[in-house]
Each structure stands twice: as C-alpha cells, then as structure tokens.
Design a protein around this ligand. Structure first.
Ligand SMILES: [Fe+2]
Length: 258
C-alpha cells in the first residue's frame, strides 16, 4: 500500500474536526487576550523575527484583533500553501504529529490561553500555534523541511532514542530556531516568536547560542517549561534541507543501525 493510501483515513478524519464545534466558538475574553498578544507580537516583529516569517505573516494576514476562526484560517492557509489545520486538545503524541504533517495538516491547540498566561503559557495554545507556526508553512523551504522531517521520523517511531533525537530536532528548529540575517540573529521558531521573554532571552548573556550541529542538538536537553538555555543558529533555510538530507545517516551512525 503506498503512503498516500495508508494516510488516506488520517486525511479524511482530519477534514472533519474531532473537537465539538461549540469549543471552536471564541468569546470576548479570548478575543481580548488574543488582541493583547497580537499587538505585542506586532510591536517586536521587526526587531526579532526573520525575513521569511515577516513575508509570510504579511501574506497570511492574520486577524490581530479577534481570534481567527478555524474555517477562515483553513481557507487562507490552504490557498497560500496547500496546508490545512486540525484542532487538537493541547500537546499530541509525536507520532500523530508526524503523521499529520506528512499530509500537510498542521495540528493546532484550539484553546486560547488565559489572561494570566499572556507572558508565559506552559502548553501551546491557539495563539502560539497560529502566530508561531502557520505563517512559515507558506514558505516552501520550511514547509518541505517539515514534511520531509515527518516522513523520515515515521520510520523511527519504534526506536526510542531516534524519536528522542527527532524531538530535539523539531524543538531546536521549529520551536526555538534562530537564523543569521543581515549581521544579526533573528528568530524563526514559534516558541520564540510568540513569547516576549524568549525574544529577550535569545539575545541575552544568560543564554548560549551555537551553530547548528546535528550531533550537538542530539545531546542537548531542553525544557518547554522555562526559558531556553541554548539556541542553535542556521545560516539560511537551505541549511534545513541539508540537515534533512543527512538526518538518516546521522541517526544510523549515532545508534549504530546498519
Ligand atoms: Fe509550537
């Protein structure tokens, strides 16, 4: 059975939201939190975010004052990139995430954080997923990186060390990735983009920044519950293709798989 056929049920299921529609209706306090966060993000975007993100953010034109409806998002995102979004209940298992992204379906947490969590939320919420991750799906190089990552990662779901490494890879790119641009360091990772504290931390003396070296990210632990201690920098999005091209060799070498 080819990959497309195997994944057909996932695609079908994902096109029907498995979250009750009542949970996808947002009320005034949620619009308020969303607009506060969007305003802050817009104020810091030129200083901290990479060019590719800024270009995609302009294209996708997310609503900064009201929570975007999933239907509206899906229409815009699909037209621009071929991706769709699937609402999920918070964090999902890495394997499910991988299956979805290989089908160009991006899982988004549907809940909007509470006002108390404006500065920091332990779990991803709708704002984080929408502003942090969706714009870059409209960038072909980044989109290809994620799809290829998912396809390779699915081969290693039964190898715990391999999965751990793939988890690190996703964290140090899609969530906390930095890129060199115009003689400065900018963010492309969603966890930085949606957090003012991470933006300040990424250039502070409190944190460490290194060039992206696969063996190094394999051995660098992280926590999503606190500010990052270590960030990894790429030189361009082309580097993401090179990382993906070498990733299977890296896994095989690291874990002595023939
Ligand atoms: Fe995220």
């Amino acid at each position: 059975m080819n990959r497309k056929k195997k994944l057909e049920p996932i695609i079908q299921n994902s096109l029907q939201y498995d979250v009750p529609s009542s949970k996808l209706i947002y009320k005034e306090p949620e619009h308020e939190t969303w607009s506060i966060m969007a305003k802050k993000l817009m104020e810091r975007k030129e200083q901290y975010f990479c060019q590719e993100y800024l270009e995609c953010l302009k294209k996708i034109n997310l609503n900064p004052t009201k929570v975007e409806s999933l239907d509206q998002l899906n229409k815009k995102l699909h037209k621009l990139s071929g991706w769709k979004v699937q609402p999920v209940d918070g964090l999902i298992p890495l394997e499910k995430y991988m299956k979805l992204i290989t089908c160009k379906i991006f899982p988004v947490a549907y809940h909007v954080r509470t006002p108390k969590e404006i500065e920091f939320a332990e779990l991803p919420d709708y704002f984080h997923d929408v502003f942090g991750h969706l714009p870059l799906l409209c960038n072909k190089k980044f989109s290809d990186f994620l799809i290829n990552y998912g396809e390779i990662a699915l081969k290693y779901v039964d190898l715990p060390e391999g999965l751990k490494f793939l988890g690190n890879l996703l964290w140090y790119t899609s969530e906390t990735g930095l890129i060199r641009q115009k003689q400065s360091i900018k963010a492309y990772g969603g966890a930085i983009i949606t957090s003012e504290s991470e933006c300040l931390n990424m250039i502070s003396h409190e944190s460490k920044r290194s060039n992206f070296v696969t063996s190094k990210i394999m051995s660098t632990p992280y926590s999503h519950l606190k500010l990052q201690e270590h960030y990894f920098i790429i030189d361009s999005f082309d580097e993401l293709s090179t990382i993906i091209e070498n990733i299977e060799n890296d896994i095989r070498q690291q874990f002595s798989i023939s």
